[in-house]
Design a protein around this ligand. Structure first.
Ligand code: NAD
Ligand code: IPM
Ligand code: MN
Length: 366
């Protein structure tokens, strides 16, 4: 099957982990007999440096015509003092909005070999398997006005949602819960925010269409606490844009590192942008030590959600599992003993397991 994929490496470790993604993608293509056309485009700080904008028209056009998009990360100190519209982050927000990618799926599932890499107690995190569904194109990130007033001494950010925007993400969450353990936790701040009260109303209305899914409402402050004290109580969690951003970084602690978490940003027709949850990690950029697994697992999500290639997705996830079980880990994972490997070595280990495993599978099936 031929697919056209746009690569947006971005900034900092984004470039390093995109090289890993490409390697895994090429290995998967040759193992499973696919051909992919890969085309690189600029976004974020590197697009500002080249084209004086974080999101060039050519990037939007290419992404609009692609079957799927892979993104590394954007941002860095170099561009931090630019005006809001010119910041690297605006490129990322812009491409999500331009493509209508309203649903951000952030699966949080630990690998058994990394149980002791988390600062949390093993018996607390063991068995946790959460899908965080974050609304991605509304809320505080996109509400207008968002500006400075009164000679810069007063500021306004607007949290805006329309019922339709809430309905489509809540629908997505109920549908996802149906495919998992039939439990949905909706997270809001309905004791304070009007937007949260509408959110809760929509969830309750929608729940009538999904009587087989048990629904629970949690206030975001309590949810933040419960996420790391009783993570096994969650199945699917749905929440607005900013709460989802914060809670997913927190949830990454369950897996041992922020570098482990993948994400899929999708719309209803399956077109998607796939990126790790973490940022450009300026503190380690250029050192070749970034954990590539969040990015590599995002490639697996691309196979699953955009291409309906479950075998390929599962093969990549199994290869990650195998190399962790073999003792490979990057420096962000606090493994106490042994020696950490580089981004490149970790990627090689994944590719090796991908190849060996599918060869032995085909021998078994003969
Ligand atoms: P960050 O996620 O880049 O880093 C937070 C911490 O996690 C750092 O200590 C970093 O070294 C570590 N980390 C992150 N990814 C890692 C990986 N793959 N391997 C090993 N360690 C990893 O967040 P930040 O430092 O708050 O932000 C840095 C820049 O990234 C900012 O400009 C921010 O706007 C941007 N950012 C971009 C995205 C994105 O592109 N999706 C996401 C978050 C932050
Ligand atoms: C993420 C990032 C972005 C967000 C930033 C860089 C705009 O933190 O993808 O989680 O907040 O959505
Ligand atoms: Mn974030």
């Amino acid at each position: 099957m031929n697919k056209h994929i746009i690569l947006l490496p971005g900034d900092g470790v984004g470039k390093e982990i995109m090289a890993s993604a490409k390697h895994v993608l090429n290995a998967t293509a040759s193992e499973f007999g696919h051909s992919f056309t890969l085309q690189q485009q600029a976004i974020g700080g590197s697009a500002i440096d080249q084209y004086d904008t974080p999101l060039p028209e050519a990037t939007i056009k290419a992404c609009g015509e692609a079957d799927a998009i892979l993104l590394g990360a954007v941002g860095g100190e170099k561009w931090d003092s630019l005006p809001a519209a010119k910041r690297p982050e605006k490129g990322l927000l812009g491409i999500r909005k331009a493509l209508g990618l309203f649903a951000n799926l952030r699966p949080v599932k630990g690998f058994p070999s990394l149980l002791h890499a988390s600062p949390l107690k093993e018996h607390i995190i063991d068995g946790s398997d959460i899908l965080i569904i974050r609304e991605l194109t509304g809320g505080l990130y996109f509400g207008t006005p968002s500006e400075r007033r009164d000679h810069g001494n007063a500021v306004v950010d607007t949290l805006h949602y329309h019922r339709d925007e809430i309905e489509r993400i809540v629908d997505k969450a109920f549908q996802s819960a149906r495919l998992r353990h039939h439990h949905l936790t909706s997270v809001d701040k309905a004791n304070v925010l009007e937007s949260s009260r509408l959110w809760r109303e929509v969830v309750d209305d929608k729940s009538k269409e999904y009587p087989d899914v048990a629904v629970e409402h949690l206030l975001v402050d309590a949810a933040a606490m419960k996420l790391i004290t009783q993570p096994d109580q969650f199945d699917v969690m749905v929440t607005e844009n900013m709460f989802g951003d914060i809670l997913s970084d927190e949830a990454s602690v369950l897996t041992g590192s922020l570098g482990m978490l993948p994400s899929a940003s999708v719309r209803s027709d399956g077109v998607g942008l796939y990126e790790p949850v973490h940022g450009s990690a300026p503190d380690i950029a250029g050192k070749g030590v970034a954990n590539p697994l969040g990015m590599i697992l995002s490639v697996a999500l691309m196979f699953r959600h955009s291409f309906q290639m479950e075998t390929e997705a599962a093969a990549i996830e199994r290869a990650v599992h195998e190399c962790l079980a073999q003792g490979y880990y990057t420096a962000d994972l606090d493994m106490k003993d042994g020696e950490s490997v580089s981004t490149g070595q970790m990627t090689e280990a994944v590719v090796e397991n991908l190849t060996v495993k599918s060869v032995s599978d085909s021998i078994c099936s003969m």
